[in-house]
Ligand binder design. Structure first.
Ligand code: GLY
Ligand code: MN
Ligand code: MN
Length: 439
């Protein structure tokens, strides 16, 4: 009920943004119509079992329908966009039903029962552009351009500024996710398995796996040192040390992306979590209009080793640890990314709408958020401290091995690592932490 409220309130304005954005893009690229395809259901190799369906982001950028394969949006400047909704006569699978919703009045909605029927609505495709994942049939139907890069660059550029509707969707996804995170934390302190923690998260969010913003990372103990750990141990380890849970719900196709880390015991690891939490909040507060994301990434890279130096893990100064490359072994990923229809949303390294890219700094090849902070961007801020076996091995075999207290590392490696990740909306008045507001 609440969702319906906010969506209704903001959608008219969002749609008028879309109209201007798409009409202008068509004109700029001399394209007379856009044919946007949601995608096909794929099956496993030599099998009839389907993979879960996820629509192309270009499709859900226009229509908030996540469960509609083989459907199309036909966009022509000045016309009401047409949604071709594929509703086959099928009693094996669920057929998407169209209930009247906050967005439906903005589209002419046509039901098609055969995939091939779509092409009857395309008209002359000579000057059209197709957006989506093409297949052989589609290539026979459409004569125009396929996923033209300059057009996509322009659309992606605009996607990096979220409308009020999009901000509200991400805010709502944060609210739902917060219920999941509270349930997951409780399950962890009751010594639940990774599988049960993941299920507790999902149950509290009331979202199926496919609806979640991405596959949850539910990492107990040293599993937290695997950055994208997708395992689900169903047994509880003999001794529980830590939980890193990176999991989030979605709302109308928009993602949240949230990580929390917990320690089962008081002590060094718990102290590191507290220290990183303080640094994370400080980094969030620096997300002010006009600052470069790159500089905040560098700042994070300097702040993390200070925590390790204070804890005695580093026996060299934090500054030296940065200079000689030791620090990077404990934080091997960037500080954050754009967030929206995609978890790692588009446009983070574009110079402008033309698609020209900002040069990557050879000293920091991992940094991909190269833009300057502007209002209405939504980003994650997710510093971490990890004890990753292959990276520890490099340190142990390297010339700086004596700069590390290996006895402390031995205590910490069973905890895997820490990440604290919030979603932040940039405003003229400063950053708004959508995650902390929701939790
Ligand atoms: N959940 C993936 C990420 O934090 O980027
Ligand atoms: Mn993230
Ligand atoms: Mn994440």
């Amino acid at each position: 009920m609440r969702k319906q409220c906010f969506a209704e309130r903001y959608y008219a304005d969002h749609f008028s943004h879309l109209q201007k954005r798409y009409d202008r893009a068509l004109e700029n690229h001399r394209i007379d119509k856009l044919l946007v395809y949601s995608g096909a259901v794929k099956t496993r190799f030599q099998d009839d079992l389907p993979y879960p369906f996820f629509p192309a982001a270009q499709f859900k950028a226009i229509v908030p329908l996540i469960n509609a394969p083989e459907s199309w949006v036909i966009w022509q400047a000045g016309n009401k966009p047409i949604l071709l909704l594929y509703q086959p006569e099928d009693y094996w699978h669920v057929v998407p039903q169209l209930l009247e919703s906050y967005w439906t009045p903005y589209f002419t909605i046509v039901s098609i029962v055969e995939k091939e029927q779509a092409s009857e609505f395309f008209g002359d495709t000579q000057h059209s552009a197709f957006l989506g994942e093409p297949n052989r049939h589609i290539k026979e139907w459409i004569a125009g351009q396929y996923n033209p890069e300059p057009l996509i660059a322009e659309l992606n550029w605009h996607r990096s500024y979220k409308t009020l509707y999009e901000q509200a969707c991400i805010r709502e996804a944060n609210k739902t996710s917060s219920k999941g995170h509270i349930a997951a934390r409780q399950a962890f302190y009751h010594r639940a398995s990774e599988l049960d923690i993941a299920l507790a998260f999902q149950q509290a969010c009331q979202q199926s796996e496919e609806m979640l913003a991405y596959p949850s990372i539910v990492a107990v103990n040293q599993h937290a040192a695997i950055l994208h750990y997708w395992g689900r141990d169903s047994s509880v380890p003999g001794r529980t040390h830590s939980l890193l849970i990176d999991a989030a719900a979605s709302c109308y196709g928009y993602a949240a992306d949230i990580t929390r880390t917990y320690s089962f015991y008081h002590g060094l690891f718990a102290d590191l979590i507290t220290a990183l939490d303080r640094v994370q909040r400080e980094l969030v507060s620096k997300h002010q209009v006009g600052v470069r994301y790159f500089d905040l990434n560098v700042l994070a890279l300097h702040k993390i080793p200070v925590i390790l130096e204070d804890a005695g893990v580093l026996k060299m100064s934090a500054t030296t640890a940065v200079e000689c490359g030791v620090a990077g072994h404990f934080l091997p990923h960037p500080l954050g990314h754009f967030l929206g229809l995609q978890v790692h949303d588009v446009g983070a390294n574009q110079r402008d709408a033309s698609g020209a890219l900002i040069d990557i700094d050879p000293n920091y090849p991992r940094f991909r958020m190269l833009r300057t902070i502007e209002p209405n961007q939504v980003v994650t801020v997710e510093p971490g401290i990890y004890f990753i076996e292959p990276l520890l091995k490099q340190l142990q075999q390297g010339k700086h091995r004596n700069a590390i207290d290996w006895a402390l590392v031995a205590q910490l490696r069973s905890c895997g690592g820490i990440r604290i990740e919030d979603n932040v909306l940039i405003t003229e008045d400063g950053p708004q932490n959508l995650t902390r507001i929701a939790m």
